[in-house]
Design a protein around this ligand. Structure first.
Ligand code: GDP
Ligand code: IMO
Ligand code: MG
Length: 432
């Protein structure tokens, strides 16, 4: 049995949470392989909206196992809050959630480091979610991180305070203001107390050798879906560096983030919005700084699920999508939020980039760090409310032509179309 993968093809927030939840009935296990609480994955069903940060989006299906893999980084404070909320809503994660012992911890001082290092960047700041992601992954690769499995050791507190002392020296060197020394509107000491309470609260969730569990499950014929966080253009190697996150968000990250061999990868679902958004700083060639951009933000409710920040909005970017399809080995496309474009006379598509006299059809190193002029081609809008449709042949002709065009350009079929935030507002064309 193979491991299928769901990857964001843009700058995150494509709708990975919703589609993971929709696809979960087809799988036995859902696994997150990278990222941490910088992610905000939204699911809606039975009139309730859920936002998950660290927990895989299959969690609302009690008979499916959800795994937080070794490549994920965990803040026990956030994870405990997520678990409490799930319990309030009737779910019991001790039954269907498992955590890799090898997953690294985000400690309170990682969050302070994120605060001071972002502030020190001044106008070139990345727009980090300030969840401690960069510093925690830095410690992992610098080989002095703490893993959640270490919390079981009697020496854990010693390790924690040794690391904290190291961090404090760095933090003090930035001569930070008092404001930068608070976390979630609390003093660092208060936060640290809640952090340890969180660690204690989550201690009933089984810690496992997830790489062994997952490989055994593959051998037993179980179906696994790996749920990505962030998006391809935020990948630390191939995204718009340095305006990226600190992990490999692409399919390759599944192998290292779960301990799965490349031969085990099956279908790769590449998910994208029918337009494009980005939250935080950095290049965004098709960004619309006019009323159309404002309209997309309003209609699409484009405000960050984790930070509440307004998302930058623009047209779909085919060169960036082609690049993402190439990097991820996408076999199936998933198109989200076409309903947001219902009222538009024309829908723009960026077909190439122009820099000076030269045209580029891929976001090569030079292009993403230059002043790019996107070459926009307009497609006729469908001017029909589509959110109530449930069948492919109900969709307006102009929308079907738009989808056909994207399939031809990206050389992969659009297997799922999403027409609203709710679980039901989905058309699955190519049945799994
Ligand atoms: P993720 O991070 O990729 O899981 O995406 P987010 O949850 O951060 O952002 C996607 C947003 O779009 C959420 O508010 C979803 O409820 C919403 N959403 C998902 N699919 C659709 C859709 O097809 N149409 C509309 N209008 N909203 C959608
Ligand atoms: P999901 O999984 C959108 C962005 C931040 C910032 C940059 C680095 O919900 O799609 P970090 O906190 O990782 O150091 O921030 O990456 N970013 C996201 N943007 N969706 C996300 O996750 C993101 N996670 C991080 O805004 O620009
Ligand atoms: Mg999100």
């Amino acid at each position: 049995m193979k491991v299928d993968v769901l990857i964001g093809l843009q700058w995150g927030d494509e709708g990975k949470g919703k589609i993971t939840d929709v696809l979960t009935p087809e799988y036995d296990i859902i696994a997150r392989f990278q990222g941490g609480p910088n992610a905000g994955h939204t699911l809606e069903f039975n009139g309730i909206k859920h936002v998950l940060h660290t927990i895989p989006s299959g969690i609302f299906h009690p008979d499916k196992i959800n795994v937080i893999g070794n490549g994920v980084i965990i803040d026990p404070y956030t994870l405990a809050k997520e678990i409490k909320k799930l319990r309030e809503r009737g779910a019991e994660p001790t039954r269907n959630l498992r955590i890799s012992k090898r997953a690294h911890l985000i400690v309170p001082t990682h969050r302070l480091l994120d605060n001071v290092q972002e502030a020190a960047k001044g106008t070139s700041k990345i727009g980090s979610t300030l969840k401690g992601i960069g510093p925690a992954y830095t410690d992992k690769t610098a080989r002095h991180g703490l893993r959640i499995g270490d919390a079981l050791s009697p020496n854990f507190k010693d390790q924690f305070y040794t690391q904290k002392a190291l961090h404090q020296t760095i933090i003090e060197s930035y001569k930070p203001s008092q404001e930068l020394l608070s976390i979630e509107q609390m003093s660092a000491d208060d936060y640290e107390k809640l952090w340890f309470e969180g660690l204690d609260y989550i201690s009933d969730i089984p810690l496992i050798d997830s790489e062994i569990f997952l490989n055994q499950s593959i051998r037993e014929g179980k179906k696994i879906l790996a749920e990505g966080a962030q998006g391809t253009m935020l990948d630390v190697d191939f995204g718009t560096y340095p305006f990226v996150t600190s992990s490999n968000t692409i399919t390759a990250g599944v192998c290292s983030g779960l301990g799965i061999s490349p031969q085990s990868i099956g279908r790769v679902f590449g998910i994208f919005k029918a337009y494009c958004t980005r939250v935080g700083s950095g290049p965004f060639p098709t960004e619309l700084l006019d009323e159309t951009g404002d309209e997309l933000r309003k209609q699409g409710n484009e405000f960050g699920s984790t930070t509440g920040r307004p998302r930058r909005c623009g047209w779909i970017d085919l060169p960036a999508l082609k690049y993402a399809v190439m990097l991820n080995g996408v076999t199936d496309l998933v198109m989200m939020k076409a309903d947001v474009l219902d009222g538009l006379d024309q829908v723009g598509v960026c077909i190439k980039y122009k820099i000076g006299e030269e045209l580029f059809d891929m976001p090569a190193y030079e292009t993403m760090n230059s002043d790019i002029v996107p070459m926009i081609e307009n497609h006729k809008g469908w001017k029909t409310e589509i959110s109530g449709f449930r069948r492919w042949n109900e969709l307006p002709g102009e929308l079907r032509e738009y989808i056909d065009y994207i399939e031809t350009e990206l050389k992969a079929p659009v297997s799922v179309v999403s027409l609203g935030p709710n679980r039901e507002q989905t058309i699955v064309r190519n049945v799994l």
